[in-house]
Ligand binder design. Structure first.
Ligand code: DAU
Length: 338
């Protein structure tokens, strides 16, 4: 089987690329190499005969048509993914997360035999009040430009599936974490700040809950989805969540404890505007297919924190983009006016 993986140099995409190549798949990795991509993420497969890298944009219709034309399945991980950045610059989210998906759909409608697996997010539902869990048919209510761009992409997918009889799988995932996640995200950022003995900027009261899934468990879910791709026209959505929902403050404290750093480093700062309080997925559909996460949050967190302690600094040096500049823009004032 030959997969076209988009965004395969990013966090989740690269874990999937390495898993597929290791298991005998041919993989074409189409990545624009934005700030979120890191060539080190695919270093292990870069010379593999079944791996091909193409630097390019999913908004480039001609390129996408050419690559979709030689693939059996398209896995779309290419996206702008960071909520805070979507508040600073929403336009790029509309471009990559919505227009890019339309480019993929345009190419796919000419290729009825090629499947699409699209990565989406629990954020399309907005905040879920306890004790509710979001089922696959819940109405969208996105709170951020990022979440709205992912919801819009799903609506486009639905429209194409209806109009052209395409069979598409949408994987909606909770918060994924693990090695090689960009430093802008909560767990890597707090780990690196704790390691450096620097203030860890906790938004608002820190009582927002996130559902955490270790990246290897998501890869297993994606692999299971690939084993049972739908043939009937329409959108099949599946929720991939761990059920382990943890308040941000508790996660921050666990990171301090794992590293033997004082909890006083946790520094409350101005909240993220529109900050969702709680995400919670009902993942029973995936569990009925035989999927279950293997790692508890505490185990995955310990492993992740160890990885950043041992490799984080060297890995971050191979990243694209200017993280220090972003950090200043995002946190300078917040941390300055405490
Ligand atoms: O829920 C799935 C989503 O998880 C994915 O669709 C997104 O692509 C991914 O970025 C992630 O979104 P979050 O906004 O939940 O992740 P983030 O790591 O930015 O933040 C996690 C929580 O930590 C959130 O409640 C905000 C809080 N936070 C985050 C940062 C970066 C802080 O308190 N301080 C921070 O500096």
């Amino acid at each position: 089987m030959r997969a076209l993986v988009t965004g395969g140099c990013g966090f989740i995409g690269s874990h999937v690329v390495r898993s597929l190549v290791a298991d005998g798949w041919e993989v074409i990795n189409l990545d624009r190499m934005t700030y979120a991509a890191n060539p080190a993420n695919v270093a292990e497969v870069v010379r593999h005969p079944r791996y091909r890298f193409v630097q390019g944009d999913i908004c480039d219709g001609a390129l996408v048509r050419e690559l979709v034309g030689v693939a059996d399945v398209v896995l779309n991980f290419a996206a702008e993914t960071h909520v805070d950045r979507s508040l600073l610059d929403p336009g790029v989210f509309v471009r990559t997360d919505v227009e890019g998906v339309v480019m993929l759909l345009e190419a796919l409608r000419e290729r009825p035999g090629t499947a699409l697996v699209h990565m989406s997010t629990d954020e399309v539902f907005g905040s879920i009040p306890a004790p509710l869990e979001a089922r696959e048919d819940r109405a969208f209510a996105p709170s951020s430009p990022y979440a709205a761009s992912k919801a819009a992409a799903e609506l486009m997918i639905r429209a194409y599936a209806e109009t052209y009889g395409m069979a598409v799988t949408v994987v909606r995932c909770c918060n994924v974490f693990g090695p090689r996640q960009h430093l802008e995200k909560f767990i890597p950022l707090f780990t690196m700040r704790a390691l450096a003995g620097e203030p860890m900027p906790l938004y608002g009261d820190g009582m927002q809950e996130r559902e955490w899934l270790y990246v290897d468990d998501l890869v297993e879910a994606v692999r299971l989805v690939l084993e049972g791709l739908p043939t009937v026209a329409g959108v099949r959505a599946v929720h991939v969540g761990s059920g382990e929902r943890v308040a941000n403050r508790a996660t921050a404290e666990m990171i301090c404890d794992l590293l033997g750093r004082p909890r006083e480093l946790i520094t409350p700062v101005a909240d993220r505007p529109g900050h969702d309080r709680r995400y919670a997925l009902d993942s029973s559909r995936m569990r009925e297919l035989g999927w279950a996460p293997r790692r508890r949050f505490v185990e995955g967190l310990a492993e992740t924190v160890r990885w950043y302690r041992d490799h984080g600094a060297a890995w971050a040096r191979t990243a694209q983009g200017d993280f220090a500049r972003y950090f200043e823009r995002q946190y300078g004032e917040r941390l300055g006016r405490r």
